[in-house]
Write a new protein. Structure first.
Length: 440
């Protein structure tokens, strides 16, 4: 146990436990086959099936991710509905106070259980946590339903988050942000034990390690607080597309973020690490709607929505399409099979691809907002496609005219290509739908 500075003026006696961990995300549609691989493992019984993590920050500090304090507690909930989670918290709970940095290292304050008191009738919102002279207040809550397994042959333990939900605290209510999907943690005393278990459990690469993936829904919601998108569900999609060299996604995202940070004409819209990292499955479908590109979007949690693109055209470096898509699939997407979803619309799936994506939003000095997306896609036959896309996403104020968007996008695309030679960007106007429709 040592004294450690935790940021924001906090210094505490902390306890560090040395162990090796590996965390990976999994599509809900792949969860059943994955659990079959644990059939011979021993289930470790826990009386409390749900883990609640309350993220806290000083009431007088700006939002930040690195060094965030969190209270981790355990409960048995009937479900993950907002009211069930809210009741568990407002009834009062105790747990472990921890701090976690951007690299995933977790440090526990060794001060015994911390009590998070419920709100009183005279106080608006939930309880607050007092440490020395600083007051902490809750900002978000993550809830996971977990099952634990022991792998004696690999001297490792596997924790499966069967489902996870995220909420933001708004006054004395919880606002659901959506489903986060399953997650797998493999823990062991030695790295070789963890690696042996990972090799055994993940021979097909179904588990994917997403750096910053747990921030997806929170950062997407923070972005929604800032950017006013074009009104309506159907809007023209204006983007410049590039083929991307065989560069690691994390390295490519870092190069883009560094360039935007150095550029005096742009500002990043999200706090560090400045990006939304997520994975999706796109199921490409044929339909009787001539000229339409029909896609079923599947989130990691198994929620589905429809995306339809029409009237594709090119203007300069920009690919322009009329796009109908949901912005809230994580929250209210349909839970059903892909085949059933397609049948209801008269669509016929012919291929699918898995996309790992890093989205980096930024704004120009005039408040016009844009997004760089770095996509790594692989279809059912193993065909890979790497693209960098630059698109308009709205504005921090009044919506810009379409002619201005075209001019700004053209200038930005030219600068991105010239200022980031290490990415070997090549302009293209071929959509993912068209690429994966080709027979190869």
């Amino acid at each position: 146990m040592v004294n450690k500075y935790l940021g924001d003026g906090f210094t505490a006696i902390v306890k560090t436990t040395r162990r090796t961990e590996w965390r990976g995300d999994l599509f809900a549609s792949d969860l059943g086959p994955f659990l079959d691989r644990l059939a011979a493992a021993r289930v470790v019984p826990y009386r409390l099936s749900h883990t609640l993590t309350i993220f806290l920050r000083p009431s007088d500090a700006d939002f930040r991710v690195d060094g965030t304090l969190r209270l981790r507690a355990y409960r048995a909930l009937p479900d993950l509905a907002p009211e069930s989670v809210r009741r568990a918290i407002t009834d009062g709970l105790s747990g472990k106070l921890q701090v976690k940095d951007l690299h995933g290292a977790t440090t526990e304050l060794h001060a015994g259980p911390v009590v998070f008191l419920h709100a009183t009738a005279e106080r608006d919102g939930w309880g607050r946590l007092q440490i020395a002279e600083r007051t902490l207040e809750p900002t978000s809550v993550r809830v996971a339903r977990r099952v634990h397994y022991e792998l004696p042959q690999d001297a490792a333990r596997v924790t499966v988050d069967l489902e996870r939900s995220l909420f933001r605290v708004a006054g004395n209510t919880l606002r659901p942000l959506g489903d986060m999907g399953p997650r797998i943690e493999i823990k062991g005393a030695r790295s070789r034990d963890v690696q042996r278990a990972l090799t055994r459990l993940n021979p097909d690469g179904a588990l994917r390690r997403l750096r910053y993936g747990s921030l997806e829904l929170l950062f997407q919601d923070l972005l929604g607080d800032l950017v006013r998108p074009a009104s309506g569900n159907a809007k023209p999609e204006i983007e410049a597309k590039f083929e991307l060299a065989d560069v690691d996604l994390t390295r490519a995202a870092s190069a883009v973020i560094d360039w935007l940070h150095r550029n005096s004409d742009t500002r990043l819209l999200l706090p560090a690490p400045h990006q939304v990292v997520r994975m999706r499955r796109y199921h490409f479908c044929a339909s009787d709607d001539a000229g339409a590109q029909c896609t079923i979007v599947e989130t990691a949690a198994g929620r589905l929505s429809a995306k339809v693109k029409r009237a594709e055209g090119v203007q300069g470096m920009a690919l322009v399409r009329a796009t109908e898509a949901s912005r809230t699939t994580n929250l209210n997407g349909v839970r059903t099979s892909v085949d059933a979803f397609a049948r209801q619309r008269g669509w016929r799936p012919f291929n699918f691809m898995t996309k790992i994506q890093s989205k980096i939003p930024f704004a120009l000095r005039n408040g016009h907002a844009y997004l760089v997306s770095i996509d790594h896609c692989v279809d059912a036959r193993g065909r890979a496609l790497r693209q960098l896309e630059l698109e308009e996403i709205g504005s921090l104020g009044a919506a810009p005219r379409t002619s201005i968007v075209f001019a700004e996008l053209e200038a930005l695309a030219t600068r991105v290509q010239s200022r980031l030679p290490e990415l070997a960007l090549r302009p293209t106007t071929e959509s993912k739908f068209a690429f994966y429709s080709r027979q190869q």
